[in-house]
Write a protein that binds this ligand. Structure first.
Ligand SMILES: Cc1cc2nc3c(=O)[nH]c(=O)nc-3n(C[C@H](O)[C@H](O)[C@H](O)COP(=O)(O)OP(=O)(O)OC[C@H]3O[C@@H](n4cnc5c(N)ncnc54)[C@H](O)[C@@H]3O)c2cc1C
Length: 455
């Protein structure tokens, strides 16, 4: 794409490539062009879009306007002493990392891909493998500038303007357009990660492992084998922290151990695999994993294994796929167990399943993470029984006091949204103040009645 503002009618989907909808997509090259595009106030509204890495329809606006923010991606200021960086919202985490890692800084929170924008990371208040220790992305944003529906530029901070700031963090782009943000980075001694890996025999042991040792590590997740009958939820706990320079120098590569990656190696093939093959490859991956302590890994394979495979989402074919992620309170491990049982019984094989323990949620009313267990599952479509089974799991999640991650959703039942998001009215009060005429609209909000409008 060039530097000029571009505009075209396009069919958009999320990363899961389901539920396409057509919108006028404008990619402003300047803030002035962005303000001008917003001032047109099209009847079906406007929504910002980053790199389209949300799995569902949260960055779509069928029949309306979508403002592609990736043309506004400048790095405005970087202070290598204090570790603060101010960027335009369309700046990707990849570009940000390119700038800061060599200076001894890292992202305070990163999702499983670096190809997301700072605006998208704020709007979904994304979490990473360190949520139990460091919280979500928005908790490390010290200031942001929001373009509101009326064309005002508001400078928001967590302390100075808490209502507007926290409604925007996790606010799915519905409070306005984030123009720029300042982030407090994490000081690191090296660009490598020291990783411990341990196999677990079943789900109970996976829970026990994460519960016992999570706090020792900054980063912690478990890959789960959802296909092994009788041993559902056995897995591989992957835990680590940034390595010191001495550790990088002193730890030689372990003989016979190839560098471990956080996801199964066959994952890049997963989209074209069906149930029996997935079961076999889960088995192989589990058996090959060895208990290993203190392995030194680079940032990319540890945090972003899927980024190595460009456009891997297309390998799922025309049906696309969905990623289903929920969180339940810590004392409701039974819901995770039930979810795995239900999926297994109906032969719905997840190509990737990851379990993590979250720490307390942020102050943002619509933020997804909360103290509890989160399970994320990739499911290839079409999967005939998936809709019914996931709907049943939704009920268990809602009953437990948990919720489904809206940034990844494409199928939740509207009735459950209020139950799962008890602070939705509080968020809507602030949102209405910022956008009284409902200029910011999107497919997800319409589908789920998020802003009170009928779907
Ligand atoms: C491989 C992979 C791994 C992932 N891992 C994780 C993970 O570990 N943790 C996690 O939390 N998420 C994860 N995600 C999801 C992803 O991090 C989020 O969906 C993120 O919001 C995507 O950012 P984006 O720039 O692509 O935004 P989009 O998907 O384009 O948009 C997402 C939302 O942000 C809004 N938005 C975008 N830019 C702006 C702006 N400038 N102002 C206001 N609103 C804006 C949009 O309106 C939309 O509501 C993963 C996704 C993939 C594909």
């Amino acid at each position: 794409m060039g530097s000029e503002t571009e505009s075209a009618r396009r069919l958009l989907t999320g990363w899961g490539r389901t539920a396409p909808s057509a919108a006028e997509v404008i990619r402003p090259a300047t803030t002035e062009a962005l303000v001008s595009a917003l001032s047109r106030r099209p009847a079906r509204g406007v929504i910002a879009r980053g790199l389209g890495r949300s799995y569902g329809d949260v960055a779509q606006n069928g029949g309306g306007t979508v403002l592609d923010m990736t043309g506004l991606d400048a790095i405005h200021a970087f202070d290598p002493d204090q570790g603060t960086i101010t960027v335009a919202a369309g700046c990707s985490l990849a570009a940000l990392l390119d700038r800061v890692v060599a200076a001894g800084w890292f992202l305070p929170v990163t999702p499983g891909t670096r190809f997301v924008t700072v605006g998208g990371a704020i709007a979904c208040d994304v979490h990473g493998k360190n949520h139990h220790r460091d919280g979500s992305f928005g908790e490390h944003v010290t200031a942001l500038t929001l373009l509101t529906a009326s064309g005002d530029m508001l400078d928001l901070t967590p302390e100075g303007t808490p209502d507007e700031f926290w409604a925007t963090v996790g606010g799915l782009g519905l409070t306005g357009i984030v123009i720029s943000a300042t982030i407090q980075l994490l000081r690191v001694d090296s660009s490598a990660i020291r990783v411990d890996t341990e196999r677990t025999a079943d789900l109970a042991e996976t829970f026990a492992k994460l519960r016992a040792s999570d706090d020792t590590y900054r980063y912690s997740v478990a890959w789960l084998d959802c296909a092994a009958a009788g041993r559902l939820g056995r897995g591989i706990a992957i835990q680590g922290d940034h390595a010191t320079r001495d550790e990088v120098d002193s730890v030689p590569p372990v003989p016979g151990l190839k560098p471990r990656i956080s996801s199964p190696r066959w994952l890049s093939l997963a989209p074209i695999l069906r149930s029996p093959a997935i079961s076999i490859l889960n088995e192989v991956h589990f058996r090959r994993a060895r208990t290993a302590a203190g392995q030194i890994e680079a940032i990319e394979p540890f945090f972003y294994p899927l980024d190595a495979v460009g456009d891997w989402n297309r390998m799922y074919g025309r049906g696309g796929f969905l990623q289903y992620q929920f969180v339940v309170p810590l004392d409701r491990e039974d819901v995770v167990h039930t979810a795995l049982e239900l999926l297994h019984r109906e032969r719905i094989r997840s190509t990737l399943a990851v379990l993590k323990r979250f720490g307390p949620g942020s102050r943002a009313p619509l933020s997804f993470p909360m103290l509890g267990w989160t399970l994320a599952l990739d499911i290839a479509l079409p999967a005939p029984r998936a809709a019914r089974v996931l709907a049943a799991i939704d009920e268990h999640v809602a009953e437990s006091g948990g919720r489904v991650y809206l940034a990844k959703d494409s199928r939740l039942r509207q009735e459950l949204v209020d139950v799962m998001n008890p602070r939705l009215p509080e968020w809507n009060t602030v949102r209405r103040r910022l956008d009284p005429d409902g200029v910011f609209q999107q497919d997800l909000a319409r589908r789920l009645g998020l802003t009170g409008a009928s779907p």
